[in-house]
Design a protein around this ligand. Sequence first.
Ligand SMILES: Cc1ncc(COP(=O)(O)O)c(C=O)c1O
Length: 380
Amino acid sequence: MNFNSKLPNVGTTIFTIMSALANEHKAINLSQGFPNYPSSQKLNDLVTKAMNTGYNQYAPMAGNLDLRLAIAHKYELLYKSSYHPEKEITVTAGATQAIYTIISAFVKPNDEVIIFKPAYDCYQPAIELNGGKTIPVQLSAPNYSVNWDEVASKISPKTKMIIINSPHNPSGTIWSKDDMLQLQKITENTNIIVLSDEVYEHIVFDDAQHQSACLFSDLKQRSFITASFGKTFHNTGWKIGYCCAPEALMSEFRKVHQFNVFSVHHPSQKGIADYMQDAETYLGLNTFFQRKRDLFLNLISESRFKFQPSQGTYFQVLDYSEITDEYDVDFAKRLTKEFKIASIPLSVFNEKDKDDKVLRFCFAKTDETLLKAAEVLKHI
Ligand SMILES: Cc1ncc(COP(=O)(O)O)c(C=O)c1O
C-alpha cells in the first residue's frame, strides 16, 4: 500500500529505546519519568469503592462533577483563582490528551506555534499533524534561561499559540514571576493562546512558588493550563489529567474533546475527587520529592558529574563534560550497557540535536533504587 506519512520524521521515542536497552542489560532504569513504588492504598481503595458503588458508566463529557469541584477548590486554595467547574474545567485522559486536543482545536494549517527547547516530546507532532509550523526557541544548559527579546522577535501575525512548561521537563528548572510577566507583556493585545503545561505544579523545591499562568490576569484570559494526576498521585498508568481555561476557550476545546475521547475512566475520577478532599495529598509532594532529590544529590556529590540542584519536577540533569566528550546519546547508551544505569540524553529534545553534554535522571524511585544508582554513578 502507498501512503504518505503525516509524520515522516517521527520514529521510536528515546524513552522506548532507553527502557528497552535498560531491560536488555538489566540496568537500573532512571530514564522514564514514572515512580517505581506503589500508588497510595487509600486512593486505590477509593477507586475500588467508586467501582463498587456504581461509577461504571460514562462520566459526563467534561468530567465527574465532584472532581471538577475539587479541582476548582484547589485553584481557589492555592492561587485564589476561580475556574467555573461547569464551564471552565475538563477532565482528560492525561495531560497528553489535553495538549493534543487544545492544539487540534485551535491550530490551523500554516499557523505558527512557539515552543521552548528542550521540549517535552508530544508538542511538535501535534502541531505538525494539524498543519501548523513549530517555531523553536532554543534554551541552553545549565540555566535554561529565556531571552525574552528573542521570543518577542519570533512572534509574527501567524503566531497562534505559545506553549510553556514550568516546572520544566527535562531540565528541572522553573520560571520566575518575571518570566511570566514578560510573557504576559509580549502577548498583551494579541490573539495568541498560551498553553501552560503545569503537570509538575506540585513539585517545586526550596520554598520557591509555582508561577501558574492563572496568577497573571491578562495571561489567564488567554491560557489553557494542563495538569496530570499521574504525576501528582504517583500513578502515571491511570492517565487522568485535566485542563482549565476561560469559558470561550474551553467551549472550543470541548467541541473536539467530545469527539476524540468524549469522557475518561469514571471510577478513577470519583476516587481522585474523594482523595483530594484532603489537600495534604498534593501539598505534601514538594517535601516528598525534595527529600528524594537531596538524597540522590548527596550520594553523588563526590562523583565526576556536575549539577545544579533541580528546582522542580522529579528530574535531575547531570553534566558529564568532565568525564567524556562523547555525544550524549552514545554516552547514555554506553552507561546503560557498560555501567547498567539508564538515563535520557537531552539532545533529543533540542533543536538540531544540540548537545550540552547533559543527561536526565528520574528520582521518582524508591530510596533503595536511588542508593544503587548513586553507587554506580560515583564510580564512573
Ligand atoms: C511536561 C509534560 N507534559 C505532559 C506530560 C504528560 O502527562 P500525562 O501522563 O498525564 O499524559 C508529561 C509526562 O511525562 C510531561 O513530562
